[in-house]
Ligand binder design. Structure first.
Ligand code: NAD
Ligand code: UGA
Length: 462
């Protein structure tokens, strides 16, 4: 029998998946809703142990403080997935949804094996009526599949809601505490109301948008596609600026001052990275093709083509400016994370740039303030013929010691104030700085006698 949600509040949340979304999102829910017990479960015991330790597995500004405030009170991290499902009245699915690597749709469609495993496990263990929430980013109409699995494998009843997450890494806590909007798609108004009540404890009611399930699933894919499209658009114009003596900062300022366009997401760079933009656009492309919308699929695919081109063109440009070969040259890579304020390297443009340089025979020395040496090794070992071809060091200055060039690949704030004058003395004569994020002090670099190339600028040295 379906419970009356007007009489019932969500009191006990379980979240399956303690990753970049599940961990921060549940920590903020627990922090803002002291009357709700929140348990985050994961099959990765190391990850759960880290969440229970003083060194939480994700670097996000402010997250450690939020976790410490709620952990052990109403926030728990556990590997006991079945027990946690049993006691929950609301279960969030925050598992990964990577691009399929084999079978139908390989290279494009989202791999739903983790979501399907979750739904099967929920069906096996859930008691009474349970609200199941899609927090992961999913193909449109996945809720249908989840409902089928639940109905087939359980005698209990369920509501399936779509509540996609819009947080960006590096600003996750801020985004969760003060979101532009919370989106809840569903069929049963009572279940929608129960989940809305959770968010309404700290989010203004007018920011909680409710839609049908399919619109919610679709809107998440569309939002990521449109954000990525802006990055590819500004990056395409950066190349145009370099060719024409226009300046990308000036162009972006003009564009952004049009209130219809707006100033955000107009920063030219090395191309977008991160675990989601590419996979979500590929998924959108796959779905469009599935529905026979060939032109629509081709349109969105171009966003990824442009992104790949930007990464390759800048890596090749480094080789060209260094005389056509980097064999045996020492290259300092400043920044490895896919953006500042995160330790995440998934799809980081730095991986692609390092691949090109390693394959061309360069020696690469990497400094990133938050990415661990083990993570860099995981990302690069299979790309290099000899493991000794790359190493990590503890500062920008150390990375530049004896280097022929430095390439800035992540816009960490500390790179704004690098002491180029002293660093230039340690670099080879005629050394270059390639600022692929347009985030360093260009006057200081020039004053130090270094050659400089900046994305989207035409006045390049040498
Ligand atoms: P993640 O890889 O960091 O975390 C997923 C976790 O789920 C892993 O720890 C994994 O061990 C666990 N898991 C997978 N299957 C499981 C199962 N059956 N039982 C228990 N645990 C299981 O992924 P993420 O970055 O948190 O992304 C999760 C989802 O959220 C994706 O769909 C992603 O597209 C979406 N999303 C991500 C972000 C982001 O900034 N990373 C933002 C918005 C939405
Ligand atoms: C992105 C979206 O911004 C989130 O709303 C969404 O929830 C998330 O994807 C997701 O679904 O995973 P995220 O990838 O964490 O968040 O970070 P962004 O700030 O969007 O940056 C993505 C990439 O684009 C980074 O490599 C960043 O450096 C690059 N970027 C972004 C630019 O090069 N220029 C810009 O102006 C903005």
């Amino acid at each position: 029998m379906v419970k009356n949600f007007n009489l019932m509040k969500i009191k006990n949340i379980t979240c399956i998946g303690a990753g970049y979304v599940g961990g921060p999102t549940m920590s903020v829910i627990a922090d803002r809703c002291p009357d709700i017990r929140v348990t985050v479960v994961d099959m990765n015991a190391d990850r759960i142990a880290a969440w229970n330790s003083d060194h939480i597995p994700i670097f996000e500004p402010g997250l450690d403080v939020v976790v410490k405030r709620a952990r052990g009170k109403n926030l728990f991290f556990s590997t006991d997935i079945d027990a946690s499902i049993k006691s929950a009245d609301c279960i969030f699915m925050s598992v990964n949804t990577p691009t399929k690597t084999e079978g139908e749709g390989a290279g494009r469609a989202a791999d739903l094996k983790y979501i399907i495993a979750c739904a099967e496990q929920i069906a096996r263990s859930a008691q009474n009526h349970t609200i199941v929430v899609e927090k992961s980013t999913l193909p449109v109409r996945t809720a249908e599949k989840i409902k089928e699995i639940l109905a087939k494998n359980s005698k209990h009843t369920f509501d399936v809601l779509s509540n996609p997450e819009f947080l960006a890494e590096g600003t996750a806590v801020k985004d969760l505490e003060n979101p532009d909007r919370v989106l809840i798609g569903g069929e049963n108004p009572e279940a929608i109301a129960a989940l809305s009540d959770v968010y309404a404890q700290w989010v203004a009611k007018e920011k909680i948008i409710t839609t049908n399930v399919w619109s919610a699933e679709m809107a998440k894919l569309a939002a990521n596609a449109m954000l990525a499209q802006r990055v590819s658009s500004i990056n395409s114009l950066s190349a145009f600026c370099e060719a024409t003596e226009a300046d990308i900062d000036e162009v972006a300022k003009v564009l952004g001052s049009d209130s219809r366009i707006g100033p955000k997401f107009l920063k030219a760079g090395i191309g977008f990275g991160g675990s989601c933009f590419q996979k979500d656009i590929l998924n959108l492309v796959y779905l469009c093709e599935h529905y026979g919308l060939t032109e629509v699929a081709a349109y969105w695919e171009q966003v990824i083509v442009m992104n790949e081109w930007q990464k390759k063109r800048i890596a090749q440009l480094v080789i060209k400016k260094l005389g056509g070969s980097v064999k045996g040259k020492k290259i300092a890579v400043l920044g490895f994370a896919f953006k500042k304020d995160t330790n995440d390297t998934r799809e980081a443009p730095a991986i692609s740039v390092c691949e090109t340089l390693l394959k061309a025979g360069a020696e690469v020395v990497i400094f990133d303030p938050k990415v661990s040496e083990n993570q860099v090794a995981d990302d690069l070992l299979h790309l290099s013929s000899q493991p000794s071809q790359f190493k990590c060091v503890n500062s920008a200055s150390e990375a530049c010691l004896g280097a022929d060039t430095a390439i800035v690949l992540t816009e960490w704030d500390q790179f704004k104030s690098i002491e180029w004058l002293s660093i230039a003395l340690k670099m080879s004569s005629g050394a270059w700085v390639f600022d692929a994020r347009n985030c360093t002090n260009h006057t200081a670099i020039r004053a130090a006698g270094l050659n400089l190339w900046v994305v989207g600028k035409s006045n390049q040295s040498a």
